[in-house]
Design a protein around this ligand. Structure first.
Ligand code: MN
Length: 211
């Protein structure tokens, strides 16, 4: 097996009351688990692809054979997006929530004016993404940029494929499977509540590695 489903760094119930345990269990085990197994099925026997890192694989979709490119795009993207999503969350009040600090805070203030303005831009990108997708904060050319992608596209796939590009340091899943049990159709409420589980220390670590 080329890729494996990473364990959650906390219990299914750890993000309550922001994200309920049942959503986490289904989301991690069934949805993310499905992306990993379907990715492995797609690249099975293709040792050149099996040897690649996930980031390298999704960053070079034109180099993937035609007959499995869509499967690698959807399931490789799904794996990458969720692997980061679990890492950039933490229990509210115990690593999750609060505000960014240090170098990341300075960068946010210089690019967006304030953390509140960054949050508003992410909320807007997530709310306006029609159907399923993700809202992102990425590093691109040394700058911080907010945008969104459809389905499981990842900004590492590049503009030509994902319509938005950069190295993601924060991403929020706006597929209904991420929030429907608790928030039903109220995606903006989920996006507003989600900040209480954001692990800014991890986002800062990703920012440091990305620029
Ligand atoms: Mn998801």
């Amino acid at each position: 097996m080329a890729f494996t489903l990473p364990s959650l760094p906390y219990d299914f119930a750890a993000l309550e009351p922001i994200i309920d345990a049942q959503t986490m269990q289904i989301h991690h085990g069934k949805h993310h688990g499905g992306y990993v197994s379907n990715l492995n099925k797609a690249i099975e026997g293709k040792s050149d692809l099996e040897k690649k890192s996930l980031e390298a694989l999704i960053a070079d979709l034109p180099g993937v054979p035609d007959d499995i490119r869509t499967a690698v795009r959807n399931n490789g993207g799904g794996h990458a997006n969720h692997a980061m999503f679990w890492q950039i969350m933490a229990p509210p009040g115990n690593g999750g929530g609060g505000e960014p600090t240090g170098e990341l805070l300075s960068a946010i203030n210089s690019h967006f004016g304030s953390v509140a303005e960054l949050k508003a831009k992410i909320a807007d990108a997530g709310a306006k993404r029609f159907g399923s997708g993700w809202a992102w904060l990425v590093v691109k050319g040394g700058k911080l940029v907010v945008g969104s992608t459809a389905n499981q596209d990842n900004p590492r796939m590049g503009d030509a494929i994902a319509g938005f590009s950069g190295i993601p340091i924060l991403g929020v899943d706006v597929w209904e499977h991420a929030y429907y049990l608790k928030y039903q159709n109220r995606r903006p409420d989920y996006l507003a509540a989600w900040w209480s589980v954001v692990n800014w220390a991890k986002v800062a670590e990703l920012y440091k590695a990305a620029h």
